[in-house]
Ligand binder design. Structure first.
Ligand SMILES: Cc1cc2nc3c(=O)[nH]c(=O)nc-3n(C[C@H](O)[C@H](O)[C@H](O)COP(=O)(O)OP(=O)(O)OC[C@H]3O[C@@H](n4cnc5c(N)ncnc54)[C@H](O)[C@@H]3O)c2cc1C
Length: 460
């Protein structure tokens, strides 16, 4: 419970209408897209400028009030859940595009801008920001930087941190600091802007972001490949990566997803296949035909039962609609969808898939596979029910085994969704203890009172 004087000061800083304290308003900001964790904040503030955020942070630091930054609330790790109450600081009213510089291939935006709104403006100018978390209609630029998000196009183009040139950040103390810059090369001491990529709101509030852009590809083509065995689909992905012709997207749906999506939205999916790959190639008009032929040959040689190019843009859009239906398909299928984000080296994808199938059989569980196959980032989801204690315990045991297997294959516990709350229990076994100690020292140096998104990443 905050002192009434704190609420009054917040109202003084942002104006009364931007400070929410009604229980039904607080409830809206108590959870993220996992829907698993929920905690009411004491107050929600919706500032409109960096200066307001600076004053809020000064106040919070003096009063030692926890502050959880929140963009679109689309995170999948519980990172934006205000587990210690306090202030939820929503960035969505800082939503302007400040500068697009075509000659420098860069853009400066406020951190609460929704990703898709930026993409629409860039498309008008023939420009392109490749990382494409599939929550693009709701996630914010500050959120994707704070989570160092990925998405299907990362196979070819990499994740968000590879596009961060500079940031404006408000520190826990309220100081406003500029990190990095606008140049594509920048060697001025430690890469502090990149430190904030993936920091999950624990080091500072990102208020402005300068991003590197690319010219939009001239041409794109999509294809699907159908397999009788999901492991063979995994082998085909490794073969494509090894070939040197890298598609912009290689996504996978297993048989469970094909059946479920077809049931929810009939579109003629190959429901008898064990897995389907959806692939996009991009490039110039001259290169795209030969690249497509090369990928096509690899798929056939790797054992695809069938592979074909989309006949037109409409069919291509249909392939990608099927893929984006994956999240809705799985989250509506069971009371609890225990889903993870482990990622393995790309040459280990077949071993990883085989291992998951064995774990599912051993524990008699439905474990379904979808996701960014080209990155070794295939999300396993276990369909379970927390009211059935025995089943639920078995599901957790199986997930622990999946994580152990991924680590043994040289993988990581999170490829893109972050640690938040959801992966804290795996953090210590995945990360070198000395590295954890360095992270704790960085956190201590930037946030000595531990007010910024406390109890995240670190095990409680
Ligand atoms: C349907 C769906 C599909 C998804 N697909 C993908 C995908 O393909 N790839 C992928 O990587 N992720 C994916 N995600 C996860 C999610 O969308 C991303 O993590 C997203 O980038 C979070 O952005 P947000 O604005 O919603 O952040 P929020 O959920 O609001 O916050 C996430 C974290 O960032 C911090 N934060 C937010 N804004 C700031 C700021 N300005 N300064 C400091 N910290 C801040 C918060 O404190 C929190 O810790 C998906 C989610 C959904 C629901």
């Amino acid at each position: 419970m905050l002192k009434p004087a704190v609420i009054s000061k917040l109202q003084e800083i942002t104006g009364k209408a931007a400070v929410l304290t009604a229980k039904e308003d607080l409830a809206v900001y108590s959870f993220d897209a996992t829907g698993i964790w929920s905690h009411l904040p004491d107050v929600v503030v919706l500032p409109t400028t960096s200066e307001q955020i600076s004053r809020i942070m000064k106040l919070a630091n003096e009063e030692k009030i926890p502050v959880t930054a929140r963009g679109g609330g689309t995170g999948l790790a519980g990172s934006a859940v205000p587990v210690k109450g306090g202030i939820v600081l929503v960035t969505t009213r800082l939503n302007k595009i400040l500068e697009v510089n075509k000659a420098n291939l860069s853009i400066v935006v406020e951190s609460g801008l929704v990703l898709q709104e930026m993409n629409v403006e860039l498309a008008k100018l023939g420009l392109f920001f490749p990382p494409d978390p599939q929550s693009f209609n709701g996630c914010t630029i500050g959120g994707v930087v704070a989570m160092n998000s990925g998405g299907p196009a990362c196979v070819k183009y990499g994740v968000v941190k590879q596009y961060v040139l500079g940031l404006e950040v408000v520190l826990a103390t309220g100081e406003i600091v500029k990190l990095g810059g606008t140049t594509s090369k920048n060697r001025q001491g430690y890469e502090l802007a990149i430190l904030f990529a993936g920091s999950e709101g624990t080091l500072g509030i990102i208020t402005k972001v300068t991003l590197r852009l690319l010219p939009a590809p001239q041409a794109r083509k999509s294809m699907i490949a159908v397999f009788n065995d999901v492991t063979v689909a995994g082998e085909a992905v490794s073969a494509i990566i090894a070939s040197g012709t890298i598609p912009s997207k290689i996504e996978m749906l297993d048989n469970w997803f094909l059946q479920r999506i077809e049931k929810l939205t009939p579109m003629g999916l190959p429901v008898d296949a064990d897995a389907m790959l959806i692939i996009q190639i991009d490039g110039t008009v001259e290169t795209i035909e030969s690249d497509a032929r090369r990928i096509f040959d690899i798929l056939k040689k790797s054992g695809a039962k069938d592979a074909r190019l989309a006949k037109d843009d409409a069919e291509s859009a249909q392939f990608w609609t099927a893929r984006s239906g994956g999240m809705a398909a799985v989250s509506s299928a069971a009371r609890v969808n225990l889903s993870e984000d482990v990622t393995v080296p790309r040459n280990k994808i077949p071993d990883y898939i085989k291992g998951i199938r064995e774990i599912a059989k051993k524990h008699d569980l439905t474990i379904v596979l979808s996701g960014h196959a080209g990155d070794g980032n295939i999300h396993p989801s276990i369909l379970t029910d927390d009211r059935d204690k025995v089943h639920f315990a078995r599901a957790h045991k199986a997930m622990d085994e999946i994580v152990d297997m991924a680590l043994a294959l040289g993988g990581v516990i999170s490829g893109e969704h972050g640690i938040g709350i959801s992966k804290q229990r795996y953090f210590k076994k995945a990360v070198d203890p000395v590295a954890i100690e360095i992270m704790r020292k960085i956190k201590g140096a930037l946030d000595p009172n531990n007010i910024l998104n406390p109890d995240k990443i670190w095990e409680n």
